[in-house]
Design a protein around this ligand. Structure first.
Ligand code: NDP
Length: 312
């Protein structure tokens, strides 16, 4: 079993992780970045990014992440295409074990594991994963040109995905569990004005059906009320847009978190409750969740780690 010792271990590789890598390597700390299962993180699932400063013409998500990765490597960050599966933050150096059993002892750890899309928890979501079920309209929308699709959720993400899909698909159902949308006024207006989007308020999904892929969804309306009814909609694609959850399971019991699992930091620093462990990006941010804000906290985490190492 391979064992190694590093001054800075960065767990996760979205804008926060790579930016931490750029700063820590420029400070000669030879950081080691564990990229995890989805190198580049959530942005590798998007298309055009138009709101990251410095790209006036926009840039494709995967391309931007490749550039951030290269920038971190240029200054000496080492990148492992593996996942950290287990950590022990009870004493320094922190012992971290990867999915192949390799052990990394780290003087400091920067946690930047990001967040992942939530699913409803229906067995059918797994059954039809990649066969009609998706949590990323911009990634998979193209496959549903001139077909019928459904988006679940009533927030800004759901509206944005529904609007995007409405430019490709024949018809888009927006399945909303309450009798109102939570999205911003401007998004609600855009959705309402789209002729091929039908909003199904007070509706939940009971299951999906289809032979070789999704062909429809079973919907329950006004659940538990007198006027409760169950009906089917014919769809080829079923898109989840019900929010995200932070990827912090392996830190449970060791790092302080809020009820949803977001790591609590001592703002405005990135210090967690464990001295020498810092958190950056979406895993510690239930509010902003932007590439640029994640990159900003990645920078702060690297500076915090550098200072910590100087003091200890
Ligand atoms: P939100 O948490 O804002 O919305 C989640 C939606 O999913 C809600 O309508 C919620 O319903 C619904 N939902 C949650 N769980 C279930 C479930 N089990 N079954 C059915 N429906 C469910 O998440 P978003 O991802 O939309 O947005 C996150 C943040 O990012 C927000 O602050 C948003 O404003 C921001 N954002 C901004 C954008 C923009 O400005 N262009 C684009 C995208 C996101 P309920 O209301 O009943 O809880």
């Amino acid at each position: 079993m391979e064992e190694r010792k590093v001054r800075v271990l960065i767990i996760g590789s979205g804008p926060a992780g790579y930016t931490a890598g750029i700063y820590a390597s420029r400070a000669n700390l030879n950081p080691l970045i564990y990229e995890g299962m989805q190198p580049g993180g959530q942005l590798t699932q998007t298309t055009e990014i138009e709101n990251f400063p410095g790209y006036p013409a926009g840039i494709q998500g995967p391309e931007m992440m490749m550039q951030l990765r290269e920038q971190a490597q240029r200054f000496g960050a080492e990148i492992e295409s593996k996942t950290i599966a287990q950590v022990d933050f009870s004493k320094r150096p922190f012992k971290c074990v990867d999915d192949e059993g390799g052990v990394v002892y780290a003087d400091t750890v920067i946690v930047s594991t990001g967040a992942s899309a939530k699913y409803l928890g229906l067995p059918d979501e797994e059954k039809y994963q990649g066969m009609g079920v998706s949590a990323c309209a911009t990634c998979d929308g193209f496959f549903y040109r001139k077909k019928n699709v459904a988006v679940v959720g009533g927030g800004d993400t759901a509206c944005e995905e529904a609007l995007y899909l409405s430019t490709l698909a024949k018809k888009v159902y927006l399945i909303v569990r309450k009798n109102y949308l939570r999205a911003s006024e401007v998004m609600q207006k855009r959705v309402r004005e789209k002729e091929n989007i039908e909003i199904l308020f007070n509706c939940n999904t009971l299951g999906l059906f289809g032979e070789d892929g999704v062909e429809g969804a079973k919907i329950i309306e006004n659940k538990g009320e007198e006027n409760e009814q169950v009906f089917d909609i014919e769809i080829d694609g079923f898109f989840l847009a019900i929010g995200h959850h932070p990827n912090t399971e392996i830190f449970k019991g060791q790092l302080e978190m809020d009820a949803e699992g977001y790591i609590i930091t001592n703002a405005p620093t990135t210090h967690t409750n464990v001295e020498g462990v810092f958190a950056a990006g979406d895993c510690a941010d239930p509010i902003y969740r932007q590439a640029v804000s994640a990159a900003g906290t990645g920078c702060r985490a690297a500076l915090d780690a550098e200072r910590f190492l100087m003091e200890h």
